[in-house]
Design a protein around this ligand. Structure first.
Ligand code: CO8
Length: 256
């Protein structure tokens, strides 16, 4: 059996390719557990500054694996806490970019939303079609999509099961950039490489602070941000970054 994901390294960037193209990258337990297990040590590696998650040209991922789920009972789903391991992927602290080409449906859209940014090819199609299968999103879709695009669009997508294209997804605020399909990886890698040149401590703190905006009230969020900002003055990257600016030279960050 092919490995469910392929991991490649380009300097400080790790490219993760979902590798079930014949099944439109349907997200089965093997994909979930391999992603969580294989990315955990890379997340802790100071030499890794950014992840790029991609699928195939046709499908980023067409959702949870319906064939794997179809015969499960409530008791099996509940006692196994089916899909709880996705939280381990969402909790990775290294910045992660989803490079979405083709379908990002159901769990595929939810996986993209677990990333910090979504870069969409102009071929990308997003949707939460679970209602058509007699269920609802189960990997965070009702929560993350609503936080990201608001109730109006989230209800529309989740209740009708329709797809939205990349342009609509960008207008809705789900997607950071829409890119010609043949330039998607080039642009995603360039952004990942830029992020990876910065200090990993600052990059982790930045994404953690932005994420908190989805969970905290404004006052607590601003205090959380300010405390992290203060804490970064304990890093040599702060000394280096500010000295480099004053000395008019490029900084050299170490993540320390
Ligand atoms: N699961 C399993 N197999 C899939 C899936 C899937 N989600 N999507 C596609 N496949 C398989 C097809 O069965 C087909 O297999 P085979 O060749 O053996 O017949 C193969 O991939 C190719 O698929 P198509 O021929 O349909 O390819 P098309 O290019 O014509 O269409 C689509 C692509 C539009 C993506 C279409 O395949 C489709 O609609 N797929 C299903 C999309 C969907 O409903 N996704 C939601 C899944 S449910 C979900 O994600 C819930 C998440 C939360 C669960 C949490 C549990 C706790």
């Amino acid at each position: 059996m092919d490995h469910p994901i392929i991991i490649e390294r380009q300097d400080r960037v790790v490219i993760v390719t979902l590798n079930r193209p014949a099944a439109r990258n349907a997200l089965n337990s093997a994909v979930m557990l391999t992603l969580a297990d294989d990315l955990a040590p890379l997340d802790r590696d100071p030499g890794v500054g950014c992840f790029v998650i991609r699928g195939s040209e046709k499908a980023f991922a067409a959702g949870a694996d319906i064939k794997e789920m179809a015969d499960k009972t409530f008791a099996e789903m509940y006692t196994q806490d089916f899909f709880a391991a996705w939280e381990r992927f969402a909790a990775l602290r290294t910045p992660k970019i989803a490079a979405v080409s083709g379908y990002a449906l159901g769990g595929g859209c939810e996986l993209a939303m677990m990333c910090d940014m979504i870069f969409a090819a102009d071929t990308a199609m997003f949707g939460q079609p679970e209602i058509k299968l007699g269920v609802i999103p189960g990997m965070g879709g009702t929560q993350r999509l609503t936080k990201l695009v608001g109730k109006a669009k989230a209800m529309d997508l989740i209740l009708t099961g329709r797809m939205m294209d990349a342009a609509e997804a960008e207008r809705a605020g789900l997607v950071s950039r829409v890119i010609a399909a043949d330039k998607l990886m080039e642009e995603a890698l360039a952004a990942a490489q830029t992020i990876a040149t910065y200090g990993k401590t600052a990059a982790m703190a930045a994404r953690e602070a932005v994420d908190r905006a989805l969970e905290l009230g404004l006052r607590e969020g601003i205090v959380f941000e300010r405390r992290l900002f203060h804490a970064l003055f304990a890093t040599s990257d702060q000394t280096e970054g500010m000295a480099a600016f004053i000395e008019k030279r490029p900084p050299s960050f170490t993540g320390k």
